[in-house]
Design a protein around this ligand. Structure first.
Ligand code: FES
Length: 318
């Protein structure tokens, strides 16, 4: 999955908190950018081959800029640090055109948007889109404290009563009671959630607990723990004519790259879908957060950056 690459320039950079920097990208000539929908992200291509995904957080009707919120994550593998250190006003940046893996449902009578920490970014674009279309929504923003929350002034000014803030250090009564929020919603309401993995699992678990159908719960993981533990297995890369042994604590992508096979990867955490390959033989042990439960059950695709095999041998189309 290789998208068209365009060159943009950082035209504005603001530190919203001590950890979150908000960056505006625009075309070099100030012209219109490729359109995007709420929920879309772009890939930022860093000099050393690193590719990182960032959700677009501005109003989708804007064509003059892409706005990103970048958390300096101490646990990151260098991507967020590189963005913080290298992307200053005037810096040229190569990015993919926007891609949307987290779209809004057009038919929903009401939408519940829940953002945890930096997971608020796609929710902001969704709220702008719903507001512009005159559709009903509520936007819940969970943060450790007001000081740690980016975009606060913009959100308060723009979304009024539709915005509900929840701070970990605030009064217990303002903390997010997710089961209460999800109970007694009107039929057909859709839930959208983005944030740290534990936060998302908590919200999605609560939705299951109160009986929400899976097709009305939408989520986007922006990072995930990768678990490559388990027995070694063999992978034949059909198109490349190469067979490799994938040892424990090694990914299929790493084993293939070591054997000289070109493998497209981006997040390397099973969340972006860049590395998905077709499976011709064998049964994958799916460990990604990208494929749906139905797609995983079909066992005909695999995320080679993190998933393993339930059979001693896999044949994949790469
Ligand atoms: Fe992102 Fe594998 S590289 S899912």
């Amino acid at each position: 999955m290789q998208d068209e690459i365009i060159t943009l320039r950082v035209v504005r950079r603001d530190a919203h908190t001590d950890e979150i920097t908000v960056i505006d990208l625009a075309a070099e000539d100030g012209g219109e950018l490729p359109a995007f929908e709420a929920g879309a992200h772009i890939d930022i291509h860093l000099d050393d081959g690193m590719i990182r995904q960032y959700s677009l957080s501005n109003a989708p009707h804007e064509r003059h800029r892409y706005r990103l919120g970048v958390l300096l994550d101490p646990a990151s593998r260098g991507g967020s640090q590189a963005v913080h250190e290298r992307m200053h006003e005037g810096t040229e940046v190569k990015v993919s055109v926007p891609r949307n893996l987290f779209p809004l449902d057009e038919s929903s009578p009401h939408s519940v948007l829940v953002g945890g920490g930096i997971g608020i970014t796609p929710m902001i674009a969704m709220a702008y889109s719903l507001q512009a279309d005159g559709r009903s929504f509520e936007l819940h923003y969970c943060s450790r404290s007001r000081e740690k929350a980016a975009f606060i002034d913009e959100l308060e000014q723009t979304f009024g009563d539709a915005l509900v803030l929840h701070f970990d250090d605030g009064e217990p009564s303002q903390r997010l009671d997710i089961e209460a929020v999800l109970t007694d919603q009107q039929p057909g309401t859709h839930l959208y959630v983005c944030g740290p993995t534990g936060f998302m699992d908590w919200v999605i678990g609560a939705a299951q607990q109160v009986g929400w159908p899976k097709n009305r719960v939408h989520s986007e993981y922006f990072s995930a723990e990768v678990d490559t533990s388990g027995a070694a297995f063999e992978v034949e890369a059909l198109a490349s004519g190469v067979t490799v042994q994938v040892e424990e604590n090694m990914s299929i992508a790493q084993a293939l790259k070591a054997a000289g096979v070109q493998v497209n990867v981006s997040c390397e955490e099973g969340v972006c879908g860049t590395c998905i390959c077709d499976v011709e033989e064998g049964i994958p042990d799916h460990r990604d957060h990208f494929l749906s439960d139905e797609e995983k059950a079909d066992n005909d695709q695999i995320a080679v950056c993190c998933s393993r095999a339930k059979t001693p041998r896999l044949v994949i189309d790469i």
